[in-house]
Design a protein around this ligand. Sequence first.
Ligand code: ARG
Length: 592
Amino acid sequence: KEPVVGSSILGALQKYFELAIQRAYPDLTDAPVVVTVSGNSKFGDYQCNSAMQIAQLLKNQGLKSNPREVAQKLVSEVPEFSWVRKLEIAGPGFINITLDRSIGHRALSELLTKGVQPPPIERKMTIVVDFPSANIAKDMHVGHLRAGIIGESISRLLEFIGHNVLRIDHLGDWGTQFGMLIAHLQDIFPDYQTKSPPIGDLQKFYKESKKRFDEDPDFKKRAYECVVKLQSFDPVYKKAWELICDVSRKEFQKIYARLDITSEEYGESFYQTRMEAVVKELEQKGLLEEDEGRKVMWGRKDRIPFTIVKSDGGFTYDTSDMATIKFRIHEQKAEWLIYVTDAGQATHFEVLEACAIKAGIMDPEKVRMDHMAFGVVLGEDKKKFKTRSGETVKLAALLDEGLKRAGEKLKEKGRDQVLTPEELKKAQEALAYGCIKYADLSHNRIHEYVFSFDKMLEDKGNTAVYLLYMLTRIRSIARLAGHTSETLKELAKSTPVSLDHEKEWNLAKVLLRFTETLEKITRDLGLHHLCEYLYELSTVFSEFYDNCYCVEKDSKGEIKVIHVGRLLLCEATATVMEKCFNILGIRTVSKM
Ligand code: ARG
């Protein structure tokens, strides 16, 4: 079957060569299928490099083999398909694949008339993405900012390709710290049942109650009693808890709204009765072991155990995740679980998975689980990100700083002279939040990354500033020629995209690789691939634009010729860039 337009060319080529290898060498079971984009268009558009490795495998089995002959055999076994123009053997046994440009015409005209299409999926899945999951009454720190940015983006990507995504905020709203918070509230604001308490600064409130908890044994005893009351849902205590949660929740929501992050709250408290049930279940299955008064479960003996019940009878973060994973798989019917947190929790999720499998809660054949881990955020001094006085950076202040810097950047470029105040404000926000998000997403998430406004706001290189400008520039090309997206879309129905010039074809090929990039991300959850793609796209666009006139003017500056086929390429590029930004959660502006 020929690949449908919009599906990945690389994926299709891989399938074809896999088939060819099976036909040519039915006895080789582990022959690698190596198809890549070729680095130089002299060697075709794609390459298959399997022949050398197959020859080596044959040699290992004592068979005579020559890589060029292997390549020859593969070429003769590849099924016929219309969108490949030629297969050529080069060097020691490379197979150079040259595409027929008709595939470019077809795919780009579809892109222009129907918009960017996602790669086809085998089956629509329900996927839980767990983010940003901050904690009530504790600082929401840059780690949660990363979780929010990454979680939002991966959710958008999976939604775009057609899955049913449940964005879930596993808010830390339960646990023993609430005992002391409630006890403290009762002391300093006894009429909280009728009037809402003036807690302005919850961090301060937390510190005060913690101090009393550590110093005053009576207070400590009362705090424990409060936890018991709360966990049995006593309305008086529940009311106090709700008031406290609301203070944090409002703060968090403001940050998420600024950054276009949405996630539905299913806090730890939601699982209280399910925790009780899962503890019983694990007990009945004989999976809990006594350990110095605690009840623990072992996922694997050589790992640390999961603490299911504390010595005082209370539940833990581990208990809540056991109940949660059961809920997600059995009630929400999720087939894929993605947890977005810092890499420090890697062991926790590894043990959670092992325990869930052991308890029969999760079948690894049916459910995929990923810990989408990320590294720590560092300051420009390469030390943990802190304010000058050594405190955790407040996120609202950080976003404000971003706005200020973005505003300065636009002024520096004289944009305040050109744009209306409204356009300027839009550009400033897009730039500020866009640069923070892009800096985060363009790094391999596993690595630590250095937070630097100076770097993020550079005009050149792989930055949001450069890319957002590029998009507005591309949009302005059509505008100057008197066209809009709408008129070009209309023209695309009758006019083919221009693909004869080398640089035009190079651009088209990168445009065709969009779906490939998304498929790659669904495998390793590396959103930086999309940023690399976006950067490559704007680089090849620049090369195209420098070499191919879209609009020709005479000596008086009057427009003489408009190359519609090329404007269509501009429009296709802008459309794909727009989609990339959208998946990354970055707002675009038409003027900047
Ligand atoms: N609240 C946790 C933290 O701040 C993250 C929770 C992640 N999700 C989960 N299901 N454990 O570290």
